[in-house]
Design a protein around this ligand. Structure first.
Ligand code: THU
Length: 141
């Protein structure tokens, strides 16, 4: 458990992810996912999974949450919570998407009741991450 995250923040994140989950658009898998991310600046963004009849066009709740944040100028994430029926962990693509913005992000995984099943970090979820330092051009706009 990270000391950077207070219990109040944990509750805030889980509650936001739980509430958002009701809007999940998952007519194909019926697996509803809610996520919420807390920025270092203290803002909270939620997200849901949004499926598509062309299955690969589906986007996960975690990416919706962080892309909403990034599109508003936020790039530093203290913690992200994900809520599913059975405590599913973020998929590989979402781990990679999050890694772009730092490996220190705390990840909370909760079940449908909001009970935290796992608290870890992105660094632990995505060891040996591929990041911008491996590219020739590392300048970020
Ligand atoms: N899903 C997420 O939203 N996040 C994950 O980390 C795992 C999978 C969604 C995608 C799809 O809509 C459904 O869950 C089943 O894979």
């Amino acid at each position: 458990m990270s000391e950077k995250l207070t219990n109040e923040m944990r509750e805030q994140l889980i509650e936001a992810a739980k509430q958002a989950r009701q809007w999940a658009y998952a007519p194909y898998s019926h697996y509803q996912v809610g996520a919420a991310v807390l920025t270092v600046s203290g803002r909270l963004y939620d997200g849901i999974n949004i499926e598509n009849a062309a299955y690969p066009a589906t986007i996960c709740a975690e990416r919706v949450a962080i892309y909403k944040a990034v599109s508003e100028g936020e790039r530093q994430f203290l913690a992200l919570a994900v809520v599913t029926d059975n405590g599913g962990t973020p998929c590989g693509i979402c781990r990679q998407a999050l890694a772009e913005f730092g490996l220190e992000t705390i990840i909370l995984v909760a079940d449908g009741t909001g009970e935290i099943k796992l608290e870890t970090s992105l660094a632990d979820l995505l060891p040996l991450a591929f990041r911008a330092d491996k590219l020739d051009k590392i300048e970020k706009v």
